[in-house]
Design a protein around this ligand. Structure first.
Ligand SMILES: Nc1ncnc2c1ncn2[C@@H]1O[C@H](COP(=O)(O)OP(=O)(O)OP(=O)(O)O)[C@@H](O)[C@H]1O
Ligand SMILES: [Mg+2]
Length: 347
């Protein structure tokens, strides 16, 4: 059976998000980290409000769980339209008619959030272009010779698009977003702050050692941090006295099979496939996915970004390669490469 991600994308939309909802920051001032994004956004919001204009369309990109959806809510709150935020996603919009009713119901300044914006169909995407650019939708009336194209004016709204794959967006789509922000993994200091806030909201007693350890094992990701915090809470409640200490966190993470760098079984399975089956690579992502019995998308979205960030994996034209650090982490002796060989630079 393939290894299941402890922090899977499926749970992200369901149980995970419900549990996290209360932990989400609601205003810009509550957002920890991503200061580059937040600072630029503050200026854009203040300027737009000063002009009494809607914000330009915003594209948020970055790995899962870093707060793109959260930020869309925060932006809507800051613009005073939080109650009216409309939320949909690329795959959910099957026909232009679905989008038509949403768009025509938007009021001036309303915000439409489209998650997974890279997964819009081509027809829907092209239907969106004039809506984004000129606040207009064009549709063809059935019947008559050749049909007649009618334009419908929309109120000036803001589209916020989120994607884990900016590279999969068409250039035409990307260019229609006036404001584009990239999310990076959080520092452990930021994660500690997020965890401290979450612990307070959950009325948990957690000492600095516990929060520090959790922040180091959270893969730079607030969603993971909050999830590990809840799992540690469970463990402390059942196997301890409810208090979170470094010792309790260690044990709770051991049960979850999270290693000292925060890698879980899926991450290690990826490295193991690359190191043991493909001799360190280069190996194509499809081949690795097949070996692991996983979807390529899961690996590209949920596993690779952090391994790249950690310097465990590199992407080359020929495929993915394991670095010396990956071998060391897996406790496997790296192969002896011939000097000047193609992959020599990795070691
Ligand atoms: N800046 C932050 N400060 C505190 N908590 C945060 C922050 N950003 C995100 N979180 C927490 O992390 C969780 C995940 O964030 P969110 O769902 O917005 O991620 P996402 O980028 O939309 O992920 P996905 O790509 O999977 O949709 C939130 O529920 C929230 O609790
Ligand atoms: Mg999201």
């Amino acid at each position: 059976m393939p290894v299941q991600r402890v922090i899977s994308s499926e749970t992200a939309g369901g149980e995970e998000d419900r549990a996290n909802l209360a932990l989400r920051p609601r205003r810009l001032e509550d957002c920890v980290g991503q200061t580059q994004v937040i600072d630029q956004l503050k200026i854009a919001i203040t300027a737009a409000k000063g002009r009494r204009e809607p914000l330009e369309h915003i594209l948020l990109d970055g790995p899962p769980g870093l707060g793109k959806t959260t930020l869309a809510h925060v932006i809507a709150n800051e613009m005073g339209v939080g109650e009216r935020l409309r939320i949909t996603s690329g795959p959910a919009i099957a026909k232009t008619a679905d989008l038509m009713s949403t768009l025509t119901n938007l009021e001036e300044g309303d915000i439409l959030f489209i998650d997974e914006v890279h997964r819009l169909s081509k027809i829907v995407e092209e239907f969106l272009y004039p809506a984004m650019e000129d606040f207009r939708v064009d549709f063809t009336l059935e019947g008559g010779v050749g049909g007649r194209t009618v334009s419908f004016r929309l109120k000036r709204f803001t589209l916020i698009g989120a994607t884990t794959r900016a590279g999969m967006l068409t250039a035409a789509m990307r260019d229609r977003f006036g404001l584009r922000y990239h999310f990076d993994f959080y520092t452990t200091a930021d994660l500690r702050e997020i965890l401290r806030r979450s612990a307070k909201m959950l009325e948990l007693k957690a000492d600095d050692g516990a929060l520090g350890l959790l922040s180091e094992r959270a893969r730079g990701t607030p969603r993971v941090a909050n999830r590990l915090l809840r799992r540690t809470r469970d463990y402390a409640q059942v196997c301890g006295d409810g208090k979170l200490t470094a010792a309790i966190v260690e044990k709770a993470l051991e049960v979850q099979r999270i290693d000292r760098l925060g890698l879980d079984e899926l991450d290690r399975a990826f490295l193991a496939a690359l190191v043991n089956v493909y001799n360190g690579g280069p190996a194509g992502i499809e081949a690795i996915a097949a070996t692991m019995g996983q979807e390529r998308d899961t690996l590209e979205d949920m596993v690779e970004p952090f391994l790249l960030q950690m310097g465990f994996v590199t992407r080359t034209r020929q495929g993915r390669c394991a670095t010396r650090a990956a071998y060391e982490h897996m406790g496997v002796a790296p192969p002896v490469r011939e000097a000047g060989g193609a992959e020599a630079s990795l070691f």
